[in-house]
Design a protein around this ligand. Sequence first.
Ligand SMILES: Nc1ncnc2c1ncn2[C@@H]1O[C@H](COP(=O)(O)OP(=O)(O)OP(=O)(O)O)[C@@H](O)[C@H]1O
Ligand SMILES: [Mg+2]
Length: 265
Amino acid sequence: MIEELQQNVHAQPPLVTLKNVQKVFQSGGKDFVAVKDVTLTIEAGDLLSIVGPSGCGKTTVLKILAGLYDASGGSVQIGPEGAGSVAGHDVGMVFQQPLLLKWRSIIDNVLLPADILGLPRKEVRERAHDLLAMVGLKDAADKYPYQLSGGMQQRAAIARALIHDPKLVLMDEPFGALDAITREKMNLELLRIREQSNKTFIVVTHGIQEAVFLGSHCAVLSAGPARMADYFAIDIDYPRPLSVKTSPKFGAYVERIYDKLDMSA
Ligand SMILES: Nc1ncnc2c1ncn2[C@@H]1O[C@H](COP(=O)(O)OP(=O)(O)OP(=O)(O)O)[C@@H](O)[C@H]1O
Ligand SMILES: [Mg+2]
């Protein structure tokens, strides 16, 4: 059923394919099923929002995509079928907290993945400055994390996730720690960055409105262990001003997510 929904909304070959992905953790000598059955396809240029109750397995799914965990069952494919699977350099990750190193300047924080991957510093330095300008931090390159607000730090973390030019950017509750106004601004920022960077994003969020506002597509996961409860394309044109949130179409998508989430769990 969900697979049928996905076939209907995708015309091109997918960039990411998850088929019946499962994750079982060993916990106190017992098996614990964290992800039961997730099947997803994501096309290049999509922004997929993932919503689901706390503890249902969203971070686990992102970590599988990032190559930090192996799936216990099913398959994960990044790139066209047969072109190999997850390669670290194809994926950038933004966590709930900015996780900047406090002893490194902002530019050096942005350069960290490039240093780890051994990319030539001279070339990536220029790119780091361009990315900082793109996220609105042109003048913060030589500052240190403590000199930046939470929203600015999170924007630096987004620049860091893009430094090695990954195809796919994974964001785990990227704005969860921010106040409501900064969060709305960051939503607009993310859509602007997406437009400029032309990348594929997967954004996990607890915010149902945020999921609809950001996403070209939305996956709803059931209460843990994660299964696909719904998947649909969000047919609202970009660029999206904040005022789209008051449109009936927007409200209908929000309602659809509420209906699919098991709010009693
Ligand atoms: N490394 C691990 N070992 C054992 N159990 C784990 C591990 N990581 C996660 N879990 C369990 O798997 C389930 C899913 O965790 P996960 O962090 O993916 O949930 P989530 O949907 O991201 O939750 P939240 O919305 O609160 O961030 C939880 O019950 C969690 O306790
Ligand atoms: Mg999580």
